[in-house]
Design a protein around this ligand. Structure first.
Ligand code: TYD
Length: 206
């Protein structure tokens, strides 16, 4: 098929919201339909992303400011890598699906270090590649944690009821603050995953 819909699509949501599943389902549908696409995620699997994951899994120490700065660096690397980078794919007219991007930093780091700082520190990424749409999959925190407990062996930094509530509130605050500059859609993550996937397809393909 000839894709005339969105070209740079980002999925957002709290841990356990189902955004990674939706990103994967979209990737599979696009691929079946012959639409060249690249599925990617943050934190990345590159050295800076691995450092972040080590900190989250308590294998390394890192404070909240360091983490915020590492996400900025990981994202710039993610954008500019010559073979695996987001810009490289967008320049080749390959559709990019990214599981988390700078809104995640605004929501997660913005509650630990100042939101203004996080927004400023990410300004270069925003100017390099602004998503055509951020798809925010919303889910009550209790349901998200329930899913996490069933699917995980260990619970990572940030994955507590109290913190995820703060993150979800922060997402809504940021979405409200950015609605004139960014294209953001909020979808109900508590519905059947196949129905949600269809809703996303209909929304993005137009
Ligand atoms: P997540 O999407 O849950 O990855 P995985 O499913 O592989 O564990 O992301 C891992 C964590 O990273 C999650 O708790 C959110 C956090 N995160 C931030 O705090 N800031 C960011 O900018 C990004 C991209 C992620």
């Amino acid at each position: 098929m000839v894709w005339t819909g969105k070209k740079f699509i980002v999925f957002e949501g709290i841990d356990g919201s189902g955004k990674s599943t939706q990103a994967r389902l979209l990737h599979e549908k696009l691929t079946i339909n012959g639409v060249a696409n690249f599925l990617t995620a943050e934190p990345t699997n590159r050295p800076i992303g691995k450092l972040i994951r080590d900190i989250f899994a308590h294998r390394l120490y890192g404070n909240d400011a360091t983490i915020a700065a590492l996400f900025v660096a990981d994202r710039l690397e993610h954008l500019t890598h010559p073979e695996d980078g987001i810009l490289h794919h967008l320049n080749k007219e390959v559709l990019v699906i990214c599981d988390r991007y700078y809104l995640s930093s605004y929501a997660y780091q913005g509650i630990h270090v100042s939101l203004e700082w996080v927004i400023q520190a990410n300004a270069m990424s925003v100017s390099m590649a602004k998503p055509d749409v951020h798809v925010f999959i919303d889910l009550p925190v209790e349901m998200a944690l329930e899913r996490l407990i069933q699917s995980r062996q260990h619970i990572e930094r940030y994955e507590t009821l109290e913190n995820l509530k703060k993150v979800r509130d922060q997402y809504f605050l940021v979405i409200d603050q950015l609605k004139s500059e960014e294209q953001i859609v909020v979808l109900d993550g508590s519905q059947n995953q196949e129905l949600l996937s269809k809703q996303i397809w209909d929304l993005l393909s137009n």
